[in-house]
Design a protein around this ligand. Structure first.
Ligand SMILES: [Zn+2]
Length: 436
């Protein structure tokens, strides 16, 4: 079944539908004047804080005038924090409403502003908060806590799969070299993977007619891929090709950055909330905010949704391995190996936690990443750069995925799962309002 954004089955009554004559629906009545003013002030504060931290404003495609005004005010980070706190008090005095979308919108503005004030405070006092405080204040969640020894059993399982000499991380690095996409095949493999991700997404989601993306290969970045959403349903997707990229990453990144991940999320928010409801605040996306947990969580869960069961392995074995000139007969073993590796995902959170809380230094983090995440030294150093740049953001990938999975998998029906996914992608839900 094809799920359209406008399928009435998917939407709450307040998420008004297109009318028969195609006229844009009115936004929920209660959600107009005062929230629009709050939203406008919120946007100005996000854009103003972007002047103090170049990575903060991940996307903005609203009016240039608003950005000009925000910049012209020249607010310090401390002033931005103070204004955010005043605006939060204004939200507290808003009348309550039974309207779901109205409640979601105000709750979103409230939590996003709390995160903004927190980030502005830490930029202003020059002190980075600890891992737990960042997770709660910036991402509206408390991630689980593990000890590194919890992963010993998984490590033992991987040890059996990659026998030989040398440390386990060295053996893993050597084994993974067999699955690297040759540089001259990289673009062909990625284009094919993304078009498959898109076709599978388009079977369930009506994407805007004009939606499109460009793909670029870049180097010297602390991330492996990035989606720069430009508005009007267009994304620039960048893939970091400074280190070898293994075959499993093509579908992962195609789904995560493109379909049904970030590109789709941003395009649906723009279509539904910005264009139809006129809720301009969704044209700005502050990176260190609860919205990021939903963005990263849906982007990672989207891989499993688009390729349920063994479908990712089948597609890789039958299509991508031959395209990359790799031996398809090795695909099953590699998939089994990667399944175990995925179970080490939370190791990264724990090492980030220890590092950001000052319990270990950078060199110790690199050593632990090699030992417990089985990263090569180069990978470990890239991840350390990620911790330095983005702090506790790491939780959004695995813990975000887990929270999204719990939300989506309340049903076994694949159509229903896509329906819940679409609901998440086209409404102002954040972790504490996901199930409203
Ligand atoms: Zn992402």
């Amino acid at each position: 079944m094809r799920y359209s954004l406008f399928n009435p089955l998917l939407l709450t009554a307040s998420l008004a539908l297109t009318t028969a004559c195609g006229k844009a629906p009115e936004p929920p009545v209660a959600a107009t004047v005062e929230p629009d003013n709050i939203a406008r002030e919120y946007m100005q504060l996000v854009l103003a804080l972007g002047e103090h931290d170049s990575s903060y404003v991940d996307a903005y495609y609203g009016p240039q005038q608003l950005r000009d005004e925000a910049v012209a005010r020249g607010l310090s980070a401390a002033e931005i924090a103070a204004e955010a706190k005043t605006l939060l008090e204004k939200i507290d005095t808003q009348p309550t409403s039974e309207d779901d979308m109205f409640k979601l919108r105000l709750h979103y503005l409230d939590k996003q502003l709390q995160a903004l004030a927190f980030h502005a405070d830490s930029l202003s006092n020059g002190k980075k908060a600890n891992f737990e405080a960042q997770a709660q204040a910036l991402y509206d969640t408390t991630p689980p806590n593990y000890s590194l020894t919890d992963f010993d059993e998984v490590l033992a399982g991987i040890d059996e799969l990659v026998p030989g000499d040398g440390s386990l991380s060295e053996r893993v690095e050597a084994y993974r070299k067999n699955f690297v996409i040759p540089a001259d095949k990289l673009d062909e493999v990625f284009q094919r993977a993304i078009s498959e991700c898109k076709a599978r997404t388009a079977a369930y989601i009506s994407l805007p007619d004009n939606e499109d993306f460009s793909l670029e290969y870049v180097q010297d970045k602390p991330w492996s891929g990035y989606n720069w959403y430009k508005g009007s349903a267009y994304s620039l997707i960048q893939i970091n090709s400074e280190r070898p990229i293994d075959i499993s990453r093509a579908v992962d990144l195609g789904c995560h950055e493109g379909y049904p991940g970030h590109h789709t999320y941003n395009a649906l928010l723009e279509q539904k909330l910005v264009n139809e409801f006129g809720w301009q605040e969704f044209s700005v996306y502050p990176l260190y905010s609860p919205q990021s947990l939903i963005a990263e969580g849906t982007a990672n869960y989207g891989i499993d949704l688009a390729f349920p069961g063994e479908q990712k392995l089948e597609f890789e074995r039958e299509v991508l391995y031959p395209l990359a000139g790799l031996d398809p007969a090795t695909a099953d073993d590699y998939a089994a190996f990667l399944k175990l590796m995925a179970r080490l995902s939370y190791v990264g959170n724990e090492i980030a936690r220890q590092y950001l809380n000052g319990d270990i230094d950078g060199e110790q983090a690199v050593t632990l990443l090699q030992q417990y995440s089985l990263n090569s030294e180069a990978e470990a150093r890239q991840r350390l750069r990620f911790f330095d740049s983005y702090g506790a953001y790491v939780i959004n990938y695995n813990w975000g995925k887990e929270l999204v999975k719990q939300y989506i998998e309340q049903t076994d029906d694949q159509d229903e799962r896509w329906a819940r996914f679409i609901k998440l992608l086209s409404s102002p839900r954040i972790p504490s309002s996901m199930d409203w």
